[in-house]
Each structure stands twice: as C-alpha cells, then as structure tokens.
Design a protein around this ligand. Structure first.
Ligand code: ATP
Ligand code: MG
Length: 456
C-alpha cells in the first residue's frame, strides 16, 4: 500500500489548523475575561460584605450608645426627683431655721457692740458670727437642690451651683477631655434663678464638650467679679454700669466658623450630627441671660477653640459690699418702719437700728404697718419689710406703699426658700433685697444705699 493512501497519514489541512488555533485562542481569551470578571465580582462581593459588616457594627455601637444614653437620662430623672424631694424638705425647714439664725446673729452683734473689741469675749462672739456664716452657707447649699420654681429671680449665691454643675459634668466627660475649674473661694450674690443659672452653665459646658469630643482637649470654667464703668461700656454695650459676675467657659475644640458666629443663637441652628443636637442650647442661654439683665459674648477661632463669656448682675446687697468692703457699719438719723411678723425679729431689728442712731417704729403685721403709714405718710423715710407674712406679703405691702407715697424706699427681706419674680419686684417698687438672716453690716449698707440714692 502506498503511504499516500493511508488516511492516518493524511496531513490536516493548514487552513483547518489555523482555524482551530484561532478558535482555541478565542476560547482562551473568553475564559480569561470570564475569570477576570469572576474575580472582580468576588472582590466586589467581599467589599460589600465588609461594608455591611462595619455598617452593622456601627449600628450596634449606636444602639449601645442609645442604651447608655437612656440609662443616663433615667438616672438623671431619678436624680432630679431626689433633688426635688430634698428641696421640698429643705424649703420647709429653711424659713424657721433662718429665723433662729437671725436671732443668734442679731443678739450676738448687739452683745459685741456692748463690749470692748479687745476683750476675749468679743473674740468668742466673733467666732459665733463665723459659725452663723457657715450655717447660712449650709442652708444655701441644701437649697441649691430645690429649684422647684422656674424662673424666679432672687438673690442667690452662685458658688454652690457652679460647683454642683462641674461635679455633674465631670461624671459625663470622656477621659480625653480635661476639666479645670477656676472658681474663687468667695463670690458675691447675684440676682438669678438657680435652675436658670444651672442651665446656662450646663448648656455652655455641653457645647464645649461637643466641640472636643473627637479630639479631646481642655474645658476651663472660671468665675470672677468685674466692675463695668461708664467708659468701658463698649465691652458689653447693653449692660448698665455696675458690678457683674463674669462666667467664662473656654474650650480647645473645633471652634466656630466666622460665617456661623451670627447664627449660633438662632433656635434650631445646629451643626451637630448627633440626633439629640436640637440647636436650642444657646437660644435658651441667650434668653435666660437677657431676662436676668446680663450679657453673653462668644469669641472663637476655627480649629483652635471657643470662649463664651456670660455676665450677670450682682445683687444689690453685694454691690454695696464690693464697694465698701469690710468697712464700718454706717448709721443715720432717719425714721424707719420695720415690719416682721416674728415678734423676736421685729424686736431685734428695732434694737439694732436704734443703736445705729435711727428712729424706729416696728410692726408685726403688714396690715398694721400700712395703717401706720396711711395715717401719717410723711413720718417715715424708709420701710424694711419681711416678705412672707399673713394677710399681706412684703411685695404687696410695697405695692400699696407705691400708690400712697411712690418715693418712699422699701427694702425687702427674703428667706432662702422664698422667691420673688423679678417683674413682681420691679412692679412693687422695691429698692433693695436682703437675704435672711441679715448681718448688721449688710443691713446698714442697704439702708444707706436706699436712703442716699436720688429718687427718680
Ligand atoms: N463651644 C463651641 N464650639 C464650637 N461650636 C459651638 C460651640 N458652642 C456652640 N457651637 C455651635 O453653635 C451651634 C448651636 O449651639 P446650640 O447649643 O444652640 O445647639 P446644639 O449644641 O447644636 O444643640 P443642643 O444644645 O440642642 O444640644 C452648635 O451646633 C455648634 O455649631
Ligand atoms: Mg448645645
């Protein structure tokens, strides 16, 4: 057989081979493309799984945070209820307790006037006065918790409230935020509502915390007393000259963009992404500060931090103390009508004032006091009255006096637990407040202040 006739030795035609090779290459290419796509799809799926997992992890973290937040709110609510209970209790005993203190204070001061200042008895009695001061502070501290009445402006010691707020804040701050309190050992009384003051400091410090939550930093709360004279009105043009409590909250956080500085007080303006940032904090602070006759100022540098300064007017009694320091007790010759429904207090008031040279008529009923005035309005130069009395309160008495003799000055004595609405006080024409139990120096200064002030 000829080799040419063996079909197994028939060569495959060239064109067929190249067609097959091309086919093979195409298949190979398609396979590579499919493989590549598979790999891409796999990578995409892996990325999606990863994204979803971290989304779930974030949701989980969010949930944990919400649970913690809820617990915090619940415990705050409990704390609130506890404080209200303490407040009710303290409010109940404060009036009586202050009257007891007033008697101790009054008789001690009188005894001290009777003896030589160099005698050991004088020294011991001055220790009694110091103890009275401590007792007064104690009552005040307890009453810091009361805050039952909203927005009632009265003479108030700010230190216990500032300290309490810092304590509350410390508990809620992450360890990356340092808090520094620069509070002096003493601060004058301010005319303010305790709940409002607490809210102002709390809102400002919360903003400072929010501004540093990512980066950490330092929050500084300081307090000081400043005197605004006529010529430095540009510092706070809306304020009248006088003494002010200046509170400053400084943070080293993100700062406020210049274009936002004008808008931060607007209700609902917020840059907070967290759900509970309602944008009301500064609007509330602004409202409170202005209702109290104070001012607020914000200074901020983007990326560096923010300083918020709040100024609140110092209460009248303390303005005098700041001006006169620990000066001499001043007397006078005018005729004072002294009104207190507690017989012992009316007696102490009368005796103390007589020692200062004044002519004093005392009454234990506001109705009788008003009768004494009506029968001879020109007899008296000044009225000093307790607030809480049966039939007619001190503010009501003052209002009646206004209709009878508007230029007659009235000084109102209030206990820690009593609150006088600012509108109420203004409408009643009250010239000064004194906080019971009253120290002789405060009383004598308040009297001179009320009598020497030109009538408007
Ligand atoms: N100390 C600060 N540092 C940086 N930005 C601040 C500071 N204080 C206020 N801001 C800015 O002002 C905005 C308004 O503040 P505001 O306290 O009124 O509302 P909020 O903090 O956003 O919400 P809320 O007080 O209701 O929780 C904030 O969202 C923030 O942009
Ligand atoms: Mg806020």
């Amino acid at each position: 057989m000829e080799a040419g006739n063996d079909p197994s030795h028939n060569p495959v035609p060239e064109d067929q081979i190249s067609a097959l090779t091309e086919e093979l290459q195409r298949t190979r290419k398609a396979y590579d493309t499919a493989l590549e796509r598979c790999r891409n799809i796999q990578a995409e799926l892996e990325a999606q799984v990863e994204a979803r997992s971290s989304e779930l992890a974030r949701a989980n973290q969010d949930l944990q945070r919400q649970i913690l937040e809820r617990r915090r709110v619940e415990s705050q609510l409990q704390q609130n209820q506890k404080m209200r209970a303490i407040g009710t209790l303290a409010g109940g005993i404060a009036h009586d307790f202050n009257n007891i203190l007033a008697a101790i204070l009054g008789y001690t001061e009188m005894a001290m006037m009777d003896i030589d200042a160099a005698s050991p008895v004088h020294r011991r009695l001055s220790n009694v006065l110091k103890a009275c001061d401590r007792a007064r502070d104690l009552v005040q501290q307890i009453l810091t918790f009361s805050r039952q009445n909203d927005a009632t402006i009265r003479p108030l010691a700010p230190l216990p409230i500032l300290k309490e707020t810092i304590k509350l804040l410390r508990a809620g701050l992450p360890s990356t935020i340092e808090i520094e309190s620069r509070l002096p050992s003493q601060l004058p009384m301010v005319l303010a509502d305790p709940g409002n003051l607490h809210q102002v400091v709390m809102n400002l410090c919360t903003n400072a915390r929010d501004a540093m939550i990512e980066t950490g930093g330092r929050l500084t709360l300081s307090a000081d007393v400043i005197e605004l004279k006529k010529h430095d009105r540009r510092l706070a043009p809306e304020l009248l000259p006088g003494h002010y409590l200046e509170l400053t909250v400084v943070d080293t956080g993100v700062g406020i963009a210049p274009e936002f500085l004008d808008r931060v007080y607007d209700p609902y303006f917020t840059t907070q992404t967290r759900k509970n940032g309602a944008g009301l904090g500064l609007a509330v602070v602004h409202g409170i500060v202005h209702r109290h006759g104070g001012s607020i100022h914000i200074d901020s540098t983007l990326g560096r931090g923010t300083t918020v300064t709040v100024r609140l007017p110092v209460a009248d009694t303390e303005k005098q103390q700041a001006i006169t320091g620990n000066g001499q007790v001043r007397g006078g010759r005018e005729h004072i009508l002294f009104v207190d429904d507690e017989h012992a207090l009316a007696q102490i008031g009368q005796q103390l004032l007589e020692r200062l040279g004044y002519t004093v008529t005392s009454r234990t009923s506001s109705v009788e006091a008003f009768e004494a005035l009506r029968s001879n309005p020109d007899r008296f130069d000044l009225v000093i009255t307790d607030q809480t009395m049966p039939n007619m309160t001190g503010t009501e008495l003052s209002r009646q006096i206004q209709t009878l003799k508007p230029e007659l000055p009235v000084i109102l004595c209030t206990g820690f637990s009593e609150t006088i609405g600012s509108e109420n006080a203004m409408a009643s024409g009250i010239r000064g407040f004194l906080l019971k139990p009253i120290a002789l120096r405060d009383l004598s200064e308040a009297i001179r202040q009320a009598l020497d002030r030109p009538t408007c």
